[in-house]
Design a protein around this ligand. Structure first.
Ligand SMILES: NC(=O)c1ccc[n+]([C@@H]2O[C@H](COP(=O)([O-])OP(=O)(O)OC[C@H]3O[C@@H](n4cnc5c(N)ncnc54)[C@H](OP(=O)(O)O)[C@@H]3O)[C@@H](O)[C@H]2O)c1
Length: 290
């Protein structure tokens, strides 16, 4: 693998004792349609992962539910033996059904199995970070996470997991997790148009905990807004790169995990995320989510 030629936009952030590039990569889009089955272009998927690492990405987000098992095996095939600096962040708490749904799998024995399968498919002895994925496809659902999170804390004690996080969580669930054991990240849906976690992001920044927005580009419904297009045109960037630059400037604890199955899009996103947004640009963009 090459030595990256320029630092990635945003610098680095510590996930506990593990520093990562704030510009990371989300692997979900590498599985087949509906996040089910293999990719149409196997070699292309491997190329995207290798390019991310060559560009200096040291944070790859994944889950064994993607495929299922598909993205973890692609990551292993593309990148194992892993560079010392690379951190693989996975999530447990949901499985897949025959219809492509994401039923919860948060009983302690299901979580133990999920951690074992992540270790096996990624080819690791310990997982860097495991997020407990809560809620459902519509978003967070209130309720205690104590039993499920406690099972992960036990796996951490056994040395199978280095750090813990929560995903698709309410602020109350984040607080409950933190009352049980330290967490290094919260992974929730957030982007220019979905600002429901603004207060949580600021609170976590004060505690040194990362906030990792999923669907940073809008996910399956890419962000579209006349303000975004106008700012992008003014700065000579793409709307996607402005959306990423905005997240990097929103708070220092925000880590990017944009997904793409295209090497060209990956390069374009890395190049564009370093755009400097002026106070006027920020004011115009802030209007999108309010
Ligand atoms: N915790 C959870 O419950 C949860 C839920 C969903 C996702 N996630 C994580 O979050 C990561 C990011 O989410 P995501 O990938 O679903 O959504 P996303 O990053 O918001 O958007 C990905 C989409 O944007 C497109 N895209 C990327 N760069 C582009 C560019 N320069 N120009 C045009 N289109 C571009 C991609 O298409 P191309 O492939 O054509 O580039 C893809 O369809 C996932 O990979 C996953 O790791 C977590």
């Amino acid at each position: 693998m090459n030595t990256p030629s320029a630092p990635l936009p945003g610098g680095t952030w510590p996930l506990g004792d593990l520093p990562v590039s704030r510009f990371g990569y989300g692997a979900m889009q590498l599985a087949g349609p509906g996040v089910t089955g293999p990719p149409a272009d196997h070699e292309g998927a491997l190329a995207v992962l290798r390019e991310a690492v060559d560009l200096g990405v040291t944070h790859v987000d994944t889950a064994d539910a993607y495929g299922p098992h598909v993205t973890n095996r692609l990551i292993r095939e593309a990148l194992h033996p892993y560079p010392d600096s690379l951190r693989l962040v996975t999530k447990v708490g949901a499985t897949r059904d025959a219809a492509g749904g994401w039923p919860p799998a948060r009983r302690p024995e299901e979580l133990r199995r999920a951690v074992r399968e992540n270790l096996e498919n990624l080819g690791l002895d310990a997982l860097d970070v495991v997020n407990l994925r809560l809620g459902d496809a519509a978003g967070p659902v209130p309720g205690s996470l104590a039993e499920a999170f406690g099972a992960l804390v036990e796996l951490q004690r056994q040395g199978l997991v280095r750090h813990l996080g929560v995903s698709n969580a309410t602020p109350e669930q984040v607080a409950e997790a933190r009352s049980i054991a330290p967490i290094v990240c919260v992974q929730n849906m957030y982007n220019l148009a979905h600002r429901q976690d603004d207060a949580l992001i600021d609170e976590l920044a004060g505690q040194g905990i990362a906030y990792v927005p999923f669907f940073p580009l809008g996910g399956f419904s890419p962000l579209q807004s006349s303000a975004l297009t106008a700012v992008a045109a003014r700065l000579g960037g793409t709307p996607m790169s402005v959306a990423l630059a905005w997240l990097l400037q929103r708070s220092p604890n925000i880590l990017l995990i944009p997904g793409t199955s295209s090497v060209a899009h990956l390069r374009e996103n890395v190049a564009g995320a370093g755009l400097r947004l002026s106070a006027d640009d920020l004011a115009e963009l802030d209007g999108i989510g309010r």
